[in-house]
Every structure is written in C-alpha cells, then in structure tokens.
Design a protein around this ligand. Structure first.
Ligand SMILES: Cc1cc2nc3c(=O)[nH]c(=O)nc-3n(C[C@H](O)[C@H](O)[C@H](O)COP(=O)(O)OP(=O)(O)OC[C@H]3O[C@@H](n4cnc5c(N)ncnc54)[C@H](O)[C@@H]3O)c2cc1C
Length: 374
C-alpha cells in the first residue's frame, strides 16, 4: 500500500529541505532522499558563503531576498548561529582594473563596498602577493554553518508534521488516478497529488522518469582542497579572498586554509570526486597569488554545481505535466538563495501572488527552456 502525502519532494539537499520546511505549514509533505543522510551531495560540499560577487543581477536579488533569514532565522530554527561575518575581498592585478570597476558598479546596489589600494588589500589579507594592486571589500558577507541550516530546515519540516525518508532513491514515477505514484529502488511506494523535483544534479533524470521534458541541466564539478596556514596568521581575521577572474578563492577552514581553483568541469550527475589535475591547480594558483607554500594537501573534495542553460535557477510548474514542480539549477548559489527560493516555491504552489519585486516569474520559470533541451 502506497504511503500518501499531499506533496512528495525528491531530494534532501538544501533546495528540497528549505521548500519542505515552508510547504509543510499548509500540506502533508514527505521528502525522499536517496542517500542515508541529508546534504550528502552539493549541499554538504560547498564553500558555504553568502555574498554578492556570485552570479548576476537575478542571483543577487535572490540572495538579497534571503539575507534577512540568515541574520534573523525563525524562532526555534537553530540553537547555533546560521553564520558568522567573514569579509569578502575581491582583488585584482593592474591589468584587471577595468573588470574590478565593472564588478564594483554591479555590486554597489547590493552591498556597502570599501575600495582598497594595495596597502588596504594587504591589510585585509596579508597572505596576498603584492601584485594584488586593487580590491573591493564587502565586510558584511557571511560564512554559513551548512549543518545548522540543513538541520534547521529539517526541524521545521518535522515540527510541521512532515517526514524525511532517507535511503529512498526514487526509481519510478508515474501518473495514475490523477496522482503521482512513486516507487523507490528499495520497493517503497508513495502517492501524492504533487511532486517537487529538487534532485539537484539529478533533476533532469527525475523528469525523464516522470515523462516530463528536461531543462538541459549541466552539472559542473568544482574542487576544494585544505592545507596548513603559515604560522602566525590570524585565521579568524582572514577574509574570503577571490580573484576578480574565476581563478582562485581561499579562506580559513577549521584551523587551516581552504582553496578552490574555481574549476567548472562538465560531469554526469554523480558522487563527484576530486581529480588530481584540479587539486594540483588549486595548490599552484595558491602559490602564484599568495605567499603561502602548499607543502601538503590535508583534505580534498569535489561537488557539483548544476546550472540551467541561462544560469538562473528554475522554479515553477512544468508546462507538460500536471502538478510537477521544478526547483532546480541552483548552480553555485543554492545555499545563499534557499530562503527566497523556498518562499517562491511556496507562493507558486499555493497560488499566492509572486513574492519578489525585482525578479520576475518569467525569469525563473522552467517553461523558458521548453523545446531547448536535447
Ligand atoms: C565546491 C562548491 C562550492 C559552493 N559554494 C557555494 C557557496 O559558497 N554558497 C552557496 O550558496 N552555494 C554554493 N555552492 C552551491 C550549492 O552547494 C548548491 O547550489 C546547492 O547545494 C544545491 O542544492 P540542491 O539541494 O539542489 O542539491 P543537492 O544538495 O545535491 O541535493 C539533491 C539531492 O537529491 C538527491 N537525489 C538525487 N536523485 C534522487 C533520487 N532518484 N531519489 C531521491 N533523491 C535523489 C541527492 O541524493 C541529493 O541529496 C557550492 C557548490 C560547490 C560544489
């Protein structure tokens, strides 16, 4: 006998859990997660930042609309703070000045920025080499605690009477009697009037199972390594430091440093593993841009950032199926936009007015890709 719910959410990452927390206020929600734990894939492998140098205007607006949630989460959401302030520093060499100016203009409506000269850059981040001539700093950026965020969403779901099923890999999705019928690899069966597809890198695969047109999602692998910081460095005072081009970012991480070469290697949906080349590239770029010697990599991981063709997320009902709702394509900004994305999902599902002022429904609608995917 299939277990019944109003809404089945496929995917227990930040997208699925944030939507579940909100939707469960008004509906009976079950989240189906393939792995034994939540956040096992992208949501547990990120750089955990909230800042405005990611993405474009649309992503920045979604981030801005999410920010109040991180600063003042709902009552009982989390015992621990959701994040701590870590300045964002974007630095540039002499020949990169124009690009820095352009970014500063783009970010100005969203954040209070300090313009830094060579000394200012070094003061904020003493590790950078002295070819970092210019910088902009947003001293209000945040480093999130992803565990607190995911557990917070899960707690809300449970307090609202919703359920999370782990080890529940969806293997079949079909329509029957005006409802969605879902079977897991393990043979469990569920039925619901609505499906929310929050399966991250696998969201197109879920659409295929359901006979719904794909969006053309592309997972891109990104690598992070950790290594020792030089002695005497005040790790707590370090910013999240990023090159103006997408070459390198680094910050403090659990008593060490972490760095990413900001790789974007196309991948199938999979349990992403770091490749030797990108690990070496991270160390190389760290030594090129900073005075740090990377003698030994302490740990390494990779995760997938999954993009739609225009790099804006997709939230809304599929045009070619009843009650099949997309919540996908969160790229490299899925944590920092999750409160706004969950709010949008809840409004569209409830038939409430569009809840954003500076992003239109059309900009995020999955129907914009109709006929484009292979
Ligand atoms: C290296 C790196 C750095 C990043 N840095 C940042 C950052 O600083 N700030 C930021 O906001 N974002 C960042 N991101 C992006 C962020 O991590 C993602 O946008 C976000 O985690 C996507 O969440 P998701 O829930 O869509 O995907 P996921 O977390 O991958 O969740 C999808 C879930 O669906 C499940 N699933 C798949 N198929 C099935 C099935 N058949 N049945 C049941 N369940 C299924 C999977 O097991 C998975 O748990 C970064 C990502 C990476 C990799």
């Amino acid at each position: 006998m299939a277990q019944a719910a109003d809404i089945l959410i496929i995917g227990g990452g930040v997208a699925g859990l944030s939507a579940a927390a909100t939707l469960s206020r008004r509906a009976q929600v079950i989240v189906l997660e393939a792995e034994e734990q939540i956040g096992f894939h992208s949501s547990g492998r990120s750089a955990t930042m909230v800042h405005y140098a990611l993405g474009d205007r649309v992503v920045r607006e979604l981030t801005r609309a999410s920010r109040a949630f991180f600063d003042a989460p709902p009552e009982r959401f989390s015992d621990a703070p959701l994040g701590r302030t870590v300045p964002l520093l974007v630095h540039a060499r002499e020949e990169e000045l124009d690009a820095l100016d352009a970014l500063q203009a783009d970010l100005a409506p969203f954040a209070t920025l300090d313009r830094l000269d060579r000394d200012g850059v070094r003061q904020l981040c003493p590790l950078l080499r002295d070819d970092a001539h210019y910088g902009i700093a947003d001293r209000g950026a945040l480093r999130l605690d992803p565990h607190a965020l995911l557990q917070g969403y899960l707690g809300q779901l449970r307090r609202n009477g919703g359920e999370l099923k782990t080890g529940a890999r969806v293997a079949a999705v079909e329509r029957g009697g005006g409802r969605w019928l879902v079977a897991t690899e393990g043979g469990e069966e569920f039925s619901a009037s609505m499906i929310v597809n929050a399966a991250g890198s696998w969201a197109d695969a879920i659409a295929r199972l359901a006979g719904v047109s794909e969006l053309g999602l592309q997972p891109l692998r990104r690598t992070i390594v950790t290594f020792d910081a030089p002695p005497g460095i005040d790790l707590d005072a370090l910013p999240f430091a990023k090159t103006i081009g997408d070459e390198l970012y680094f910050a403090a991480e659990s008593g060490r440093l972490f760095a990413s070469p900001m790789d974007e290697v196309p991948s199938e949906p999979t349990d992403a593993q770091p490749d030797e080349y990108e690990v070496a590239l991270a160390a190389h770029r760290m030594e090129e841009r900073t005075t740090v010697k990377v003698d030994r990599i302490h740990s390494r991981w990779a995760g997938l950032r999954t993009f739609t063709p225009d790099r804006h997320p997709a939230v809304g009902f599929a045009a070619d199926a009843n009650n099949f709702f997309w919540l996908a394509g969160q790229g490299g900004f899925g944590l920092q936009t999750s409160p706004a994305m969950a709010r949008i999902a809840a409004a569209l599902i409830a038939g409430d007015p569009w809840p954003m002022t500076d992003v239109t429904e059309a900009e995020l609608s999955p129907t914009r890709f109709l006929g484009q995917a292979a």
